[in-house]
Design a protein around this ligand. Structure first.
Ligand SMILES: NC(=O)C1=CN([C@@H]2O[C@H](COP(=O)(O)OP(=O)(O)OC[C@H]3O[C@@H](n4cnc5c(N)ncnc54)[C@H](OP(=O)(O)O)[C@@H]3O)[C@@H](O)[C@H]2O)C=CC1
Ligand SMILES: O=CCCC(=O)O
Length: 343
């Protein structure tokens, strides 16, 4: 089935409003050159969506709800995950299963990949029985993992050498936005694939940006997460300092929520951080990976990033305390440990 029968018309240089009908949506304001953004929903009917076969590789915290939303929207979804048991709930919802990335891309028109890090994204795409082995001209590969630009370019080259199209599309937004179909896609690569994938991105997300050449989406994602990681480390310091000087940290969270530095992250994570519980939405190991990759990006252009470098050290300490799989807000434990060591 040709994908082009279902893609939505995109309006260059515009931010489209949340539409009643996507074909009728009005441009709100211009964004900078080469940047596109739109909001859902897609123009396609459930029947049209089901005519494109979709592959999904990687069913972790993010991949599972993303694939689930595609299935619930009526898409024909085939899944694969290294640990097969994570496929079972999706198979229960109607997904098909293949036993390797190669088989998925061979069977599907369009394949999404949501892997942990550069190593796994490269291995699943380019390794033995990887996606590259099964993909071919007329198909598309959309990597939504958070990786560095060089890894994304490597995957892109191997995919495109087969004649298939490639799009990088890392996401902003965590577990809950993934469940709610409210992710923000930061895409770059083949514009035609961006257009073809748009109806599916719009099922999983609330907005999408097209940023041009492969590497730009990865870079944007790393800059965003570098800021987020530094914000969280600073917030952790503030919570502990407020406690140490005899303030109620819950009041601090409330004060912050009413002022100019308000961020949903603080209100969401603050109360549990004060209780020293860290239910995992974004694993700390992935936040440290993103700090590391962002610092590499900064170094590649000789940009000074001392705040991020200091925050990265805290995430490394937290990892060394066995907190890799806790939520990244557990970085506060690294500061507590430092405090108790000195005491
Ligand atoms: N959680 C979040 O809030 C967000 C995460 N991200 C990014 O999305 C990506 C996925 O994150 P998330 O879902 O949280 O991570 P998880 O750790 O929950 O899932 C990672 C996925 O990668 C797979 N994987 C890991 N290593 C390998 C390997 N060597 N070969 C094959 N598959 C492998 C895992 O398979 P298995 O099940 O077998 O372990 C799993 O499917 C990361 O790049 C992360 O930085 C982006 C936005 C938000
Ligand atoms: O990469 C993870 C991002 C988490 C978020 O945007 O809330």
């Amino acid at each position: 089935m040709a994908l082009c029968s279902i893609f939505c018309p995109l309006i260059p240089l515009r931010f489209r409003s949340k539409p009643i009908s996507p074909f009728l949506s009005k441009p709100l304001f211009s964004l900078s050159f080469r940047v596109y953004s739109s909001q859902q929903p897609s123009p396609s009917t459930k029947d049209e969506l089901g005519t494109v076969s979709i592959g999904f590789l990687g069913l972790g915290i993010m991949g599972s709800p993303m694939a689930q939303n595609l299935i619930k929207a009526g898409c024909d979804v085939t899944v694969w995950n290294r640990t097969k048991s994570k496929c079972d709930p999706l198979i229960g919802l109607g997904a098909k299963y293949k036993s390797s990335p190669e088989e998925v891309t061979a069977a599907c028109d369009l394949t999404f990949a949501m892997l942990a890090d550069p190593e796994s994204a490269i291995d699943v795409a380019c390794g033995k029985n990887g996606a590259v082995s099964g993909i071919s001209s007329g198909k598309g590969y959309v990597d939504v993992s958070t990786v560095d630009a060089a890894s994304s370019m490597l995957i892109s080259k191997q995919i495109k050498d087969t004649g298939a199209l490639f799009l990088e599309a890392p996401v902003s937004g965590s577990k809950k936005p993934a469940e709610d179909g409210q992710l923000i896609f930061l895409t770059a690569g083949d514009k035609l694939l961006y257009e073809k994938a748009a109806p599916f991105l719009d099922i999983m997300g609330k907005s999408r940006f097209y940023l041009g050449e492969v590497g730009n989406g990865a870079a944007m994602k790393l800059v965003v997460n570098m800021i987020m990681g530094s914000m969280m480390a600073s917030f952790a310091e503030g919570i502990l300092l407020s406690e140490k000087v005899g303030l109620d940290p819950n009041v601090l969270v409330e004060v912050v929520s009413q002022g100019a530095i308000n961020a949903p992250m603080y209100s969401l994570k603050g109360p549990s951080m004060i209780k020293s519980v860290y239910p995992t939405a974004f694993p700390l190991k992935h936040q440290q990976k993103d700090m590391r990759l962002a610092l590499g990006l900064a170094e590649s252009v000789s940009q000074s990033t001392p705040i991020a470098a200091a925050a990265n050290e805290l995430y490394k300490v937290a990892k060394s305390y066995g907190l890799s799989d806790e939520d990244f807000s557990a970085v506060i434990e690294a500061l507590k440990a430092a405090k108790s060591q000195k005491a």
